[in-house]
Design a binder for this molecule. Sequence first.
Ligand SMILES: *Cc1c(COP(=O)(O)O)cnc(C)c1O
Length: 218
Amino acid sequence: MAETALTDITNRITHAAGIARRKADDITLIAISKTRTAEEIEPLLQSGHRHFGENRVQEAQAKWPELKARYPDVQLHLVGQLQSNKADDAVALFDAIHSLDRPSLVTALARAFEKAGRSVPCFIQVNIGAEDQKGGCAIAELPALLASARDAGIPVTGLMCVPPLDVEPSPYFALLAKLAADNGLTGLSMGMSGDFESAIRLGATHVRVGTALFGERG
Ligand SMILES: *Cc1c(COP(=O)(O)O)cnc(C)c1O
């Protein structure tokens, strides 16, 4: 079932890219596999998909080391909040981090990269709708956070957002694209199951799709 959905989503990405006069190859589909078992994930791996995303370090540690051993070219993306004390664990397992959102995490990640002798691309998460309950740095704090991340040697490749629920997301995607351009960043991690096509029209380079691939989460 997930394999059929994968073909469908891939076709929709190609179509949305075409409308935006963009190359489908410039858009990475991240299959968000949080709450899914290894058995649910495996068919996508078998059909050749390689980019996956998880939102919890501990859950990923329980599932992915074994899958990565069998599919060594998997690229695992952390899309959920990262506690500073889990930075070492995250750097050991993940190949990209989409939730860099505060100065203390800049410090923790810089230290973890140095300790591990490797660094992974990071997206700064922006609280694009200025919502109290959401992660992400405030728009006003973005330039300073980006400067400190760059000073610390963190490879920042782009911006990430999760727009407010139940409202038209396009203005938020457009705003994130503008913030990225203003700050010399090309990566845009935005768009989920319900809105990845509009995100692509507005420049998304990484779309994060869970439900539309795997079905509703239980
Ligand atoms: C769960 C999650 C997604 C995927 O959401 P769907 O609506 O299931 O596609 C994308 N991004 C983040 C940060 C998530 O936590």
